[in-house]
Design a binder for this molecule. Structure first.
Ligand code: OAD
Length: 258
């Protein structure tokens, strides 16, 4: 059977079954079916709120209460949602291929909650805090992460520099964590199969990863109900929600590996 006559789910499953290294980039779209809003769609966050007032250091230093209030609302929202079938399918693919890296632009922790292990958080994690001045990042369970925002209270780091605590998120104008982008870069350059899932592919440097992978010879797959700048370059495109496409691919992969 030629690739043209196989269904696309099977085509991708065959590629995954033959791959040694698989790399995935995810964006807000993969969490949409869990109830987490995306950024740039008609009902997206950046169409309702102004990033320059909420997602950069100057805004935080100008009005930390406003920024904390907004992130507390997002934390609450994210705290109530669960992974969807797309997250679970990616976690299962990780178990079924020799080497797997999932680079995510999402800060919602849902990939780990679904069981993904090798997760590279390019834009941080909304459930962690860090100090704006000394830069120390607090771990899950640290008391500094337990802070619950209330108007009139701002958390201060014990570092001696009296830095304000802030969410451990990459804001506009900030560098991505060096080790995260480095790892994602290396994996993209070596991947046999690269999946770009639920991202508009417009925010750099993360958006460069699928282009880099393609240039280095990866089989490039896009899963997104809407076209992006990546679409014409992709070897295979699933124009449907990731929570629908990915489980179908995994079902085929299970059959192939049974
Ligand atoms: P965007 O909001 O820019 O794009 C979300 C993409 O998901 C769109 O292309 C949608 O078509 C697609 N989509 C929607 N529903 C989907 C579904 N069910 N399955 C698959 N795809 C779906 O979000 P990102 O690309 O993640 O940065 O945005 C990148 C960065 O911009 C974010 O990490 C954030 C934002 O500013 C920071 O906060 C640093």
């Amino acid at each position: 059977m030629s690739d043209q006559t196989r269904d696309t789910y099977e085509q991708l499953a065959l590629r995954l079954a033959a791959a040694n290294r698989v790399c995935v980039l995810t964006g807000a779209g993969v969490s949409r079916e869990s109830g987490v809003p995306t950024f740039r769609e008609a009902d997206g966050l950046w169409n309702k709120y102004r990033p320059e007032e909420l997602a950069n250091v100057d805004a935080f230093l100008r009005n930390p209460e406003l920024v904390w209030e907004w992130y507390s609302w997002r934390r609450e929202l994210i705290g109530e949602v669960s992974p969807n079938p797309g997250h679970y399918a990616l976690a299962e693919i990780e178990q079924r291929v020799p080497q797997f890296t999932l680079a995510t632009q999402n800060v919602d922790n849902l990939h780990r909650a679904a069981g993904s292990v090798n997760v590279v958080e390019l834009h941080g994690n909304i459930m962690r805090n860090k100090c704006q001045k000394c830069g120390v990042v607090f771990k899950e369970g640290d008391p500094e992460n337990e802070f619950v925002f209330e108007k009139g209270t701002l958390p201060v780091c014990a570092c001696g520099k009296k830095g304000l605590l802030r969410p451990d998120i990459v804001w506009f104008g900030e560098m991505l964590p060096e080790d995260a982008i480095q790892q994602a870069w290396e994996e993209a350059g070596q991947a046999d199969v690269f999946l770009s899932v639920g991202t508009s592919t417009v925010v750099y440097p993360a958006a460069a990863l699928p282009f880099t992978a393609k240039q280095a010879g990866a089989y490039l797959v896009e899963i997104n109900p809407n076209p992006t700048e990546l679409t014409p370059l992709a070897d295979l495109v699933f124009s449907e929600p990731s929570g629908e496409a990915l489980p179908k691919v995994v079902a085929k992969l299970r059959e192939l590996q049974a």
